[in-house]
Write a protein that binds this ligand. Structure first.
Ligand code: C5P
Length: 248
């Protein structure tokens, strides 16, 4: 009998990709996840980014509620690395509902869950692996994040477009801009989705509301979120640079 401590390295890791948003800030057109970057839908780039990690054995794509069949045929059409299963399920009204619908179909064997925005198609595999490793080493909730270039002001918002009074200036050195994939112990994430209500913009903040410690690991500049039209230009430039450097 061995007295080696039981570790989570036999754990199965799955990634849930919420991709059910309309992406209105990008302008009119197809749902954001289906917009193409160099001819390939953003969502497919995001699935490949998760499947690039040898630890990820299942990717659950949460599709627009009326577009699950279309997304399923896209996943079939584009080549994905072998050894990773991809499931497509219809999403919900909010990002939180979409993530919860993805978690609901995970097999019992999954112990570590990544939640990754389809809108971050270019996250490098090193970032994905760093998040998974930190969860496997015992952290229950892990987020990749980068320091801010801009100083941030808290304001009293004026929806009418008038000048907004500044309320506070948080110390920039203590702030981080949070990216995805965010990694969780599966049971903790399921509990957060079952109990926390109210508007949140990421999964880690739901875990924070349960009083559980979330930790940050270094994110990556290429894990930026494609939100506005200029981000599409930047994403295609990143892909062109990768092709020039690595031939793909
Ligand atoms: O709107 P935002 O950019 O924060 O969306 C983040 C991610 O959540 C996107 O990948 C989007 O497709 C997804 N989402 C979703 N279901 C919704 C709304 C957003 O899956 N109802």
């Amino acid at each position: 009998m061995s007295d080696t401590p039981v570790q989570r390295d036999t754990s199965t890791t799955a990634a849930v990709i919420p991709a059910a948003g309309r992406g209105v800030r990008l302008g009119p057109g197809a749902p954001k996840a289906l917009r193409t970057l160099n001819g390939t839908p953003m969502l497919i780039h995001a699935v490949r980014a998760m499947a690039a990690s040898r630890s990820v054995s299942l990717v659950v794509v949460v599709a627009p509620p009326d577009g699950a069949a279309e997304v399923a045929s896209l996943v079939d059409e584009f080549q994905l690395p072998t050894g990773t299963e991809v499931l497509v399920v219809p999403g919900g009204e909010t990002r939180q509902q979409s993530v919860a619908l993805g978690i609901a179909v995970l097999p019992a064997s999954v112990t570590t869950v990544l939640v990754h925005d389809a809108a971050r198609p270019l996250v490098p595999v090193e970032t994905v692996d760093a998040v998974i490793e930190t969860v496997r080493n015992g952290a229950a909730a892990v987020v990749p994040a980068v320091p801010l270039a801009d100083t941030v002001k808290q304001v009293d918002p004026r929806p009418d477009g008038g000048p907004e009074p500044v309320v506070a200036t948080p110390e920039r050195a203590r702030l981080r801009a949070v990216q995805t994939p965010q990694g969780f112990d599966r049971e903790l994430l399921a509990r957060a989705h079952a109990t926390v209500t109210g508007d949140v913009t990421d999964d880690a903040s739901m875990v924070e509301q349960l009083g559980v410690q979330v930790v940050v690991v270094p994110g990556h500049e290429e894990a930026f979120k494609v939100t506005r039209p200029l981000d599409l230009v930047l994403a295609e430039a990143v892909l062109a640079r990768r092709r020039a450097n690595h031939g793909f």
